[in-house]
Design a protein around this ligand. Structure first.
Ligand code: FRU
Length: 479
């Protein structure tokens, strides 16, 4: 057998020593080395949060999907706990793909997609279960695959059937699985009373995009919320800024799929959420998109990708909104405040900014951060169009494949002014920026990779009439 949990952990303990940390974030979940994508199995178990991820221990490229694992007491400080699942079975030898976890009767049930590839090249994706009684050591079910390809409805492709999300439903459980159906992306429901034996129930979503991935589903403030990562969404102006947007849909059961983007930035995918013991719904996403590149990979730094900060979700005015988790405020240090029509200031490479602008007659507002000679990450607002833009075109290394220029190194989102004011919160952490509108309706996340010191900012408007108030905190992540 090629891959095992033990082999992966032994490799990681050596490989991690070769990691170059120039671009590593300080308060985002990041692997010790290797590649990560999607958050997996996000849950609260035995007094702490468990966050798993798609993980290749052996290089900074996507390959041989294992599940990596962090834990946290507070959703802020994440401790790496090693590899939990390896592709070590005939039914998952090509990868343990994404999935969720659920806790029942003191046992943690992790659901994932086991991928098998036959010699003739045909691929089979089937849903599998691994159980754990401590959150760290997992035993794969003797019934795997618990949702085999034979349980797919007609027209659902065996090679595109993945990413199980399991939740309580009536007296039993329901599993939502992404599938490529006859008319595009479907989410399918399966039901079970014991988490081991499942039967097909019905389709929840049908024919959205070319394929759906990584579902999340929960109730919040009296609504059901379906979260979908959509492949090849038909373009619709600024509504879906990416060809693979992540969207929320409220009350699909009664209203059908009315999609609103969850994050309008360059890098955000496959989020999962957890319910905290005090009743908050908190989401973490993969701070990356398929189709671009993150230079630490081709610069030979031996690590790749990170998760977003945790975001608290709420429903306000029939819309899913998100706010940076309030516990992040405990990391603030060295508060400084600035006010005026234009100014410049130094900042540290891990910091939080709170910006409030009285727009007056200005037509264009500019907040440029992570600046050094010839470089900046640009956050700009077009007053006439009421559009917020994040732009990494001059922020350092190009982010296209293998360091090539990107076709579109910026994204835009509609954000109406409130009483003539623009209010933003910005989180910067070495090589990532997450921008939130104060009303929770717009989030924009992006990676970037500066060549210079990236430690200055400036604010300005096109005719100097706007009044900016800015507070800066260093973020010091020390346990
Ligand atoms: C989404 C995804 C999932 C799949 C995983 C494989 O990012 O394609 O659908 O389970 O990545 O790593």
């Amino acid at each position: 057998m090629k891959y095992t949990v033990q082999r992966a952990n032994e490799f990681v303990s050596e490989y991690a020593k070769s990691v170059i940390d120039t671009y590593r974030p300080t308060y985002h979940a990041v692997p010790p080395c290797g590649w990560i994508n999607d958050p997996n199995g996000f849950c609260y178990y035995n007094g702490e949060y468990h966050l798993f991820c798609q993980f290749n221990p052996y290089s900074a490229e996507w390959d041989s999907m294992h599940w990596g694992h962090w834990t946290s007491k507070d959703l802020i400080y994440w401790t790496w706990r090693g590899v939990s699942l390896a592709p070590d079975q005939p039914y998952d030898h090509f990868g343990c793909f994404s999935g969720h976890a659920i806790v029942d009767n003191g046992t943690l049930y992790a659901f994932y997609t086991g991928v098998r590839k036959d010699e003739d090249g045909s691929e089979y994706q089937q849903q599998c279960l691994a159980r754990s009684d401590d959150g760290f050591t997992f035993v794969k079910s003797e019934n795997n695959p618990i949702v085999p390809n034979t349980l797919q409805p007609e027209g659902s492709k065996a090679a595109d059937f993945r990413d199980p999300k399991v939740f309580r439903h009536g007296d039993g459980f329901r599993m939502m699985v992404a599938s490529k159906g006859p008319t595009g992306g479907d989410y399918l429901f399966y039901d079970s009373t014991d988490l081991e034996h499942w039967t097909f129930a019905k389709k929840h979503i049908e024919g959205l995009g070319a394929m759906l991935e990584c579902p999340d589903y929960f109730t919040l403030d009296g609504h059901t919320v379906t979260v979908a990562s959509v492949m090849e969404m038909p373009p619709d102006g600024l509504r879906y800024p990416n060809s693979q947007p992540v969207v929320s849909m409220l009350d699909v059961e009664t209203k059908g799929p009315d999609c609103i983007s969850i994050d309008y930035g360059l890098d955000f995918y496959a989020p999962q959420s957890v319910l905290t013991p005090d009743g908050r719904r908190v989401m973490i996403g993969w701070l990356r998109s398929w189709g671009n590149d993150f230079p630490p990979r081709h610069l030979g730094h031996n690590w790749n990708n990170m998760m977003t900060i945790p975001r608290e979700l709420r429903i306000e005015n029939d819309t899913l909104v998100q706010y940076p988790l309030r516990e992040l405020e405990t990391l603030r240090a060295n508060e400084r405040a600035f006010e005026g029509a234009s100014f410049a200031a130094p900042h540290s490479r891990a910091c939080e900014l709170r910006l409030s602008v009285d727009v007056h007659e200005a037509k264009q507002l500019c907040l440029h951060i992570a600046k050094s000679e010839g470089e900046a990450f640009r956050i700009e607002y077009d007053v006439e169009r009421q559009v917020l833009r994040t732009d990494r075109s001059i922020s350092g290394y190009p982010m296209g494949k293998n360091g090539a220029k990107e076709e579109k190194p910026y994204r835009e989102a509609i954000l109406p002014l409130k009483n003539g004011k623009l209010e933003l919160r910005v989180f910067l952490d070495t090589s990532c920026v997450e921008v939130f509108s104060a009303d929770g309706t717009v989030a924009m996340s992006a990676l970037f990779c500066p060549k210079g010191s990236a430690d200055h900012l400036s604010v300005s408007s096109d005719n100097g009439s706007a009044n900016f108030s800015l507070t800066i905190w260093d973020i010091i992540a020390k346990e």
